[in-house]
Every structure is written in structure tokens, then in C-alpha cells.
Design a protein around this ligand. Sequence first.
Ligand code: SF4
Length: 244
Amino acid sequence: MNVIYEPRGRAREYSELACNLYRGCTHGCRYCYAPACMRTTGEKWHAKAEPRKDILSLLEKDAQRLRGDTRSILFCFLSDPYQPLERTERLTRQALEIVSKHNLNNQVLTKGCADLIMEDMDLMKTARTQLGMTLCFAADDARREWEPNASAVDDRLNVLKTAHKAGIFTWVSLEPVIDPDQALAVIHMAHPYVNFWKVGKLNHMKEYERNVNWAKFLVDAETLLTKLGAKYYIKNDLRAFSMR
Ligand code: SF4
């Protein structure tokens, strides 16, 4: 079994390779796509997280096999690598040590525990990890409504600021955009500490999607990012609105 795999579809726009360390995710985001991917319910997926069986020994085998491959490995798409269970399991830390030992390019995507991320920053520097933070809301009450058990907006900003200062490449997943005004405020707030932006719209929640003028948001976001001299990527689902 390969635990480092090639993501398909929308996930492929984020990374050519990925690895999921945990099964389940207790952040409980309302827009979470993982339960559908794993053919389970949000209730079950968000109730608990557990380490995937033999994940580190399997990762070690895959990392050996991939030596010399320049594609970046993303931790993780289907669970957060810095969820509370990481405090005792330390799977993410050990996974970064493995990919670093094999000199593989890697990135993290999280909205998890700020103190744990901070603890791993020295390792991230050694491992040349690109640290990605999901940040869709500037106001923490909105964040709490949509991502109830994930870290607070201020904590995420602090992580980005600290990592950027430490010389770690930082990127923000501005996805899923739910409220365009909040998304633009995030760009204003975080841009001094962010090396790269990935911007994508909300999907699979028609009741919210239809209230947003996506074509206008696309223009507003690109205008602002360009004005700030930011490097960015617009995901295909949102880019499609430039042709309408
Ligand atoms: S952090 Fe990711 S995997 Fe975890 S609940 Fe939120 S969207 Fe789902």
C-alpha cells in the first residue's frame, strides 16, 4: 500500500503528492469534504481522530522509494496534521523527520494547534517545509461558526508571522471562500507574512454559493493581490467565472 499518493481533482491543484497521517478530524468544519471522500458521515469523521495503522513505517518505505523525486508531498488533505491528537502522537513531527531525512520536498496544510506548529518550526526549516495555513475568515466569530474546533484567527496569523520571520516559506489556502468581504479582509491582514496565496470558492453548498457574486469576487481578489504585489493561484472552479 502506498501512503504517499497522487491526489486527483481539485486537490491536485494543491499538490502532486500527499499523505494522510490520521483517520478522522476533530476540527469539525461545516464545509468539510473528507466524509464524502471517505464515504462516511460528518458525524462519524469528526467525532474522533486516530493514527492510521502503521503509517510511519509505511511512510518510511514510500519515502525511500521516492528518493530523488522532486514533487512536493502535502500533509494532509483528509485530516489536519496539527489536530489535538498530535499533542500526544507526534505523527506529523515524525513524518517531517522522515521526508527531511530522504530530502523530499514537502508542505503542510493546517488550521490546527498553533503551539505545536510553533514547536516544529526548527524542523520545518531543516526539512524546507512550505507551511500552509487555511484562513478564510478575518472575524473569529465567523471562523467559530464554520470551523468550530480549529484554531482562532489570531493564532493562525501569529503562526504565519512567526514562520515568515523565521524564514519558512508560508502560504495561505484562502479556500473555501464563503464570505467575499471576509476573504478580502484576510488578504489585507495577512499579506505581509504570506509568500503565496491559493484562492478557491465554496463548493457543494449551493444554499451559500448562490448568494455570492463570484465573478465580482474574482476581480476584487485579483485586483487586491496584484496591488499588493502578492504571488497567487486562482483555483479552476473560481477562475471559470472570469469567462462568464
Ligand atoms: S480541518 Fe480539514 S479535514 Fe479537518 S474538519 Fe476541517 S476541512 Fe475537514
